[in-house]
Ligand binder design. Structure first.
Ligand code: MG
Length: 275
């Protein structure tokens, strides 16, 4: 008897499942189809756990949540995937594992470099709640959740590209890397969304080892590339001017239109084919 195949969908949020108004209504048909087929949907974003757990609740999912670009993996306390052997930190209804470096360490290194070299950049730790709200377009309460970070610091670079290379070189010596997201550069440890995908898949593999767990990863920007390349099927969501990434995966699929609508169309097409 051959090993049964079960699919997991691991998705980015901004400009993928969510549109510019942070809305996913246009993806409801595909979300319903995933639920009908029993295919878990894993949210994997640069957003904070606080932002993402609220989204997961609104979406009605109890699946693992990967936040801060793979820096945190959270499992719902009532999930069948909960593994009491795992070392996890309690946060609300979830137990969270911290990968990579702490945000305090990252901010300490970046600010010391700014002090020494006079680099021009600003980040979330420099801004008031009001300023974060203005810069992100998030409401105050959403901006508050976006500020509750543990493993990443988003910044905006306002200096030359030569000095950017020097800055990132110094960060790398401290084990800090820079990922380009949709709106910000994210300073973080040596983990990325691909680690989040691998961690999430491993939870399912441990729970159901006799199943061949395969993944569809969905994303639109450079910080999704590693995650898409770690998947069996990479689904690229384009922008209005076309795709921004060209992943190398066993199979690459391009959605025909941007954001939530493209996400919906492409997932429905894939599910029809795979089920
Ligand atoms: Mg995105």
């Amino acid at each position: 008897m051959s090993t049964p195949i079960q699919w997991l969908v691991v998705t980015d949020l901004d400009a993928s499942l969510l549109n510019e108004s942070y809305c996913w209504d246009a993806a409801l048909p595909a979300l319903q189809r995933l639920q009908d087929l029993g295919i878990p949907l894993i949210l994997n974003s640069s957003k904070t756990f606080s932002e993402m757990s609220e989204l997961a609740t609104a979406l009605g999912t109890m699946t693992p949540v990967v936040s801060e670009n793979g820096g945190l993996v959270s499992v719902h306390k009532d999930s069948e995937l909960m593994d009491p052997m795992h070392v996890l930190v309690r946060s609300g209804n979830y137990l969270t594992e911290v990968n990579g470096l702490s945000r305090d360490f990252i901010i300490g290194v970046a600010h010391a470099l700014r002090e020494e070299e006079g680099y021009q950049f600003q980040g979330f730790s420099d801004w008031s709640l009001e300023q974060v709200s203005d810069r992100t377009g998030l409401s105050h309460s959403m901006a508050q959740r976006s500020l509750s970070r543990h493993a990443t610091e988003p910044i905006v670079w306002e200096d030359s590209s030569e000095r950017y290379n020097a800055f990132t070189g110094s960060l790398a010596k401290a084990g800090i890397r820079v990922l380009r997201g949709g709106r910000f550069l994210h300073l973080m440890g040596e983990v990325d969304k691909a680690d989040g995908l691998v961690c999430a898949r491993a939870l399912y593999e441990k729970k159901q080892p006799k199943v061949d767990w395969k993944t569809i990863a969905v994303g639109d920007s450079a910080n999704d590339l590693a995650m898409l390349e770690a998947a069996d099927i990479a689904l690229v969501i384009p922008h209005a001017d076309g795709p921004r990434i060209q992943p190398k995966a066993p199979r690459v699929v391009h959605a025909s239109r941007p954001s939530t609508k493209g996400w919906n169309d492409a997932i429905l097409t894939l599910l029809t084919e795979l089920s």
